[in-house]
Design a protein around this ligand. Structure first.
Ligand SMILES: Nc1ncnc2c1ncn2[C@@H]1O[C@H](COP(=O)(O)OP(=O)(O)OP(=O)(O)O)[C@@H](O)[C@H]1O
Ligand SMILES: [Mg+2]
Length: 277
């Protein structure tokens, strides 16, 4: 089973990149073939993975200027190949996709053009903190989305904009308001699935953070999609970033390493649950 998973949340700083990098490394540690695509012009995952400017980027891959095997390069994350980001090419790409008919299908088309993507078991796509053309293109090309949320955030509003929310009309009747995920499924990628909602930076000793976790787990619509694994607050994760290493290498016995390994195991187990392993 080949899985392309876009890591998305409209909001900034919800641990998207930390999850993309460390889940990629933990999946590779389990023997999976992993490609990480950095689709964020901020290029945080690219720098984390030790890849500098001047290499072919996701923009080159998407526009067909450089084919996938030449775009995918070795990184400092053992077993993980990277398609890099860089500010200008990715910004230019986003502008171009905005003025191109069906620009949101550009990444999907790139995968069709280069079927060698199927050589990987997992393709993780790190998205920018907005729902612009790049994030939509990722959701159109992906098989699933994974949504990290920051447990310290007092509101889950950004997540509801992505996954939809229930409100009541004047007669008290419940109505469902579509999120971006539902709109993409309706109009652009009917097969897009929800890999899961991941609670990150959680300190379960703090009442408010426990409350966020409980609220999500008890949500009648989304509760079933919340990963059992919770990523605990762990400073080693930012230090690993500074060191250009995944947490599993920087500090293999840290809580961060334990949690991202547990997440990888949970993601892999979904393959068996689906009977497609
Ligand atoms: N479990 C954790 N414990 C402590 N710090 C964390 C944890 N996860 C992420 N961080 C820190 O939180 C900050 C935001 O994380 P990250 O860059 O992964 O978020 P992001 O959603 O990719 O941000 P952006 O929206 O800007 O792309 C970083 O400084 C990172 O080191
Ligand atoms: Mg990021």
């Amino acid at each position: 089973m080949k899985r392309r998973i876009a890591i998305v949340n409209h909001k900034g700083g919800t641990c998207k990149t930390t999850t993309a990098v460390n889940l990629a490394a933990a999946l590779a540690e389990q023997g999976k073939g992993v490609l990480l695509i950095d689709l964020d012009p901020q290029a945080t995952a690219t720098r984390w993975a030790g890849v500098g400017d001047g290499t072919p980027t996701a923009a080159h891959f998407i526009l067909g200027d450089v084919r996938l095997p030449e775009c995918a390069q070795a990184s400092t994350l053992p077993g993980v190949q990277l398609i890099a980001s860089s500010l200008k090419p990715l910004d230019d790409l986003e502008n171009r996709l905005r003025s191109t008919i069906a620009g949101e299908k550009a990444l999907e088309k790139a995968f069709k053009r280069d079927p060698v993507w199927e050589d990987y078991d997992y393709i993780l796509i790190d998205c920018p903190p907005n729902i612009g053309r790049l994030s939509i293109a990722a959701m159109v090309a992906a098989d699933e989305i994974l949504v990290p949320v920051d447990a310290r955030s007092p509101s889950l509003e950004a997540m509801t904009h992505l996954l939809g929310w229930i409100s009541q009309d004047s007669s008290g009747e419940e109505i469902f308001n579509q999120g971006t995920y539902d709109t993409v499924r309706e109009d652009l990628n009917a097969d897009l699935g929800l890999c899961g909602i991941l609670v990150c930076r959680c300190n379960e000793r703090k009442r408010q953070e426990r409350a966020v976790l409980e609220e999500l787990r008890n949500d009648p619509r989304l509760g079933a999609f919340v990963f059992r694994t919770v990523i605990r607050e762990n400073v080693d994760l930012s230090e690993a970033h500074g060191n250009r290493e995944p947490i599993t290498v920087y500090n293999p016995s840290s809580r961060g390493a334990e949690d991202y390994r547990a997440l990888a195991a949970e993601v892999i187990a979904q393959e068996e649950e689906d009977g497609q392993g």
